[in-house]
Design a protein around this ligand. Sequence first.
Ligand code: DGJ
Length: 374
Amino acid sequence: MKLKYSILISFLSCFVFGQNNSFQPGKLWKDNDGKHINAHGGGVIFVDGTYYWYGEFKTEGKGGNTALKGVSCYSSKDLYNWYNEGIVLKVEEDPKSEITKGCIMERPKVVFNKKTGKYIMWFHLELKGQGYDAAKAAVAISDSPKGPFVYKKSYRPNKGVWPIGFKDELKSASADERNLKSWSPEWITAIQNGMLVRRDFKKGQMARDMTVYVDDNDKGYLIHSSEENLTLHISELTDDYLDFTEKWTRMAPAGHNEAPVILKKDGIYYMITSGCTGWEPNEARSFKSSSIWGPWESIGNPCIGKDAELTFHSQSTYIFPVQGKKDQFVFMADRWKPDNPIDGTYVWLPVTIKDEKPVLKWFDEWNLNVFSEN
Ligand code: DGJ
């Protein structure tokens, strides 16, 4: 009788309650309510035995990439099955609010600050009706991973501060640099030499696609596409993770990188990025460095196999470690659906390091046992 009962329970959990036992990259991924998970451009943290997945809550139709609700959160014990925790940072009705309904809130990432005991959310904010011109990094705070997060402020980072090691002779503009033809060799050299850093020096540097990284020594960093998405900036955060120390560096100048994600293994930092093709997928790139401050060495496309040149039709959004396991990392990416953004799917894959290079291999279906098979 007991055996029959347990078989019935397992049958019910798999087929009736729709329990997941694996990842199926690119497929519909249902939450506990049976609805496709709505947490795009997301990130994951682990707190006291539970994973929390934060992401952009998208809606139907062409306007669905603007923020009409806010940032969503899901929780899970096993990474396969996710419970909808609702909207944890809500857009505001006040038209004067920076996060008024209809603004753009992208790529939210949450980290825990050990010193203050607060959960800190950073995201890319574009002000309503201004397209992608504002290019700001914004921060919100909560006492609990389940929110609610309270909006604090937005920044153009590193206002009035040069990056570390920026040469004195580059601090003033040459007379004719603004007239250079985009993508000409002279223009690329001017970008590499900080033309746009100089342009935005007083206003603060642009911040679009971004991630937050907390190092082993608890130092936090915002890694953001800046300079019209031409150059990545790595900006150190203050001890409370709410502001910038003004120590920052440029990475891959004129390399045109978006969607930065990062992991550290055996003292080496690995970053994976995408190129810049809007909502369309492109070939991922990877870099390594023995210091967060660089120099970063370009080490090519981390994807292998079919559709590797299109990052398996997706774009990176985060890498997180599997808890309780050594050096097991999950790469998170989005398959955007700009015509109906709510339909966007998720590509989660194991990321392994081989010969000091990150490797992303496609699986139609996989589970966490894959790591022990490597
Ligand atoms: C690609 C970025 O990675 C996304 O987050 C989003 O900003 C789109 N571009 C907008 O076109």
